[in-house]
Design a protein around this ligand. Sequence first.
Ligand SMILES: Nc1ncnc2c1ncn2[C@@H]1O[C@H](COP(=O)(O)OP(=O)(O)OP(=O)(O)O)[C@@H](O)[C@H]1O
Ligand SMILES: [Mg+2]
Length: 623
Amino acid sequence: MTTYPNTADVPLETAVPCALASLESILRTEELRRRPQRPAEYEKETSALAALVRVLADSPGTILQTLADKVLEILQSHSAGLSLLTKDEKRFYWAAVAGVWKPHLGGSTPWDFGPCSDVLDHNAPMLFSHFERRYPYFWTAIPPAVECLLVPFYVNGKAVGTVWAIMHDGSREFDGEDLRLLESMGHFASAAYQAVESIESLRLQISAREEAELHLRELADTLEAQVQARTEQLRLSEAFLAEAQHLSHTGSFSWRVDTHDITWSKELYRIYELDPSIPVTLELIRSRVHPEDLASFDDAVESVSSRAHHYEYERRLKMPDQSVKYIHVVAHGTRDEGGRLEYVGAIQDVTERRRSEQALDKARSELARMARVTSLGALTASIAHEVNQPLLGIVTNASTCLRMLAADPPNIEGARETARFLISDGHRASDVIKRLRSLFSKSSPAMELLDLSEATQEVVTLCLNELQRNRVAVRTICAEDLPPVRGDRVQLQQVILNLLLNATEAMRGIDERPRQVLVRTYLDEDENVRLTVQDTGVGLEPGEIENLFAAFYTTKSDGMGIGLSISRSIIERHHGRIWASPNSRGPGATFSVAIPRAAVAPADSSALRLHAAVTAGAFAENV
Ligand SMILES: Nc1ncnc2c1ncn2[C@@H]1O[C@H](COP(=O)(O)OP(=O)(O)OP(=O)(O)O)[C@@H](O)[C@H]1O
Ligand SMILES: [Mg+2]
């Protein structure tokens, strides 16, 4: 076989423009048909096709190159190959090349100007002679193609390329048998190529599927890991929640009103002392409610079942061992898109807190009693005077009575009259003792409807002697028809007493002006029953006012500093307010107490009438 120079370093695509030969001038197809034809070489053809079949079975990827090799072999050409239209259909790509032009493997020619496009245009085999004369880019393809025979290459019935064979010298011309062999092999190659392509696409599909499966597996693994992590987080937060609920004695619940579905947290079962396996029902909850709270429980259930509420209340439970628990309930109701009502809430066991509050209350009232006894101690002179008055009357009347009976004749009528005075003095004395006893007593607070004016008068009367001793003039202006307040008489009187004693003490060193106290009761503009105690004492330092009511705050060498703090806790328990302010006109301070009026028949505040002023000594008008 003729050897040719190496052409690998000459790029095929390098086009050299010049005057081009016409297609007809380079075509030899007609002539080929007239050329004498050698006998058909079936044997060669069969063995070539068999080789192609083998390749197809063993390594389908090399089918195109095997085709080029076999064409080269059985046509005894110098070069052979296969050109395929690229996917973008812009060029013919030399997919397989054998023989002299093998170095051009992978090269390409333009889709619209070249032998391949001519063959595809005519959809028929063609024989070219020196096609570089028309297609100048072949000039660089050395050695030149003296003759080139091309047949179309079909895939799925569509011509997508050519199979070709080239003679680079005139040693042999192609004949009809070459054309038959080339067409036969071209057909077979087309079928084989399609098979390869579908195998390839199958392989691609399989690998894509494998890849997708792998991806899916990875995804599933990640997901599983995430689920595990989230489960762990959830478990931890559930554990935290349970621990927090346990520590704070707080359980949570949800309640679907329409379906009666109630869900409880573990802690709630513990608070209610119920077995967590028991389904919760309203009836079950009700069975734990303290009998005295049942009515309010039923009312609450009824009102929250009808519309979404935010509710908060405290209730008692009665446990099977008869012990009482206090629970604080907070819940919030919402409706879902379907309008169904659901409550989510928390229940806290506040029994311990209530118990310590009760203990604190007890200690506080004991302290208050002690303070009261102490302050009453300061009133011994006054008290002695109070008790003495009726006793003196009794003694005087008893002697008068005796005198009248001893007269001759005995003045029976006068004695009877005097005995009546005696009895009424006795009652007076016993009333005084009774009042005093209640002030000293340890009895627990008793709420009743009371007239603050009356309670005030009593305290002022009790203090009169002490006030006098301290040269303090006291004036009371008490509204007569003041609406009642609901309260504990002894406790409220203790407050009045504290304020009076403080006022007296605040004026102890005052000699340059009259020592005066004005005690008033009236209905204020907010419909609260108001008590004010106004003095002309030392007054209040700015910045001191906040401290006055703090426990153990005192400026007195003999003071305990608890009078005002006790007074405040008493007034707050009566839902009222106590405060101090400097007098706007003149020296001294005013302490005020406001307590809500009890809900009974209204009283006209304008009908405030001046109660008989109880005065001791002179009283200046500016007070
Ligand atoms: N009318 C007032 N004028 C000026 N300061 C007052 C008046 N009332 C109270 N204070 C001041 O408030 C302080 C606290 O009063 P509080 O009654 O609580 O305690 P105390 O009178 O000092 O002692 P005690 O516990 O024996 O009553 C007093 O020490 C005094 O400084
Ligand atoms: Mg005091």
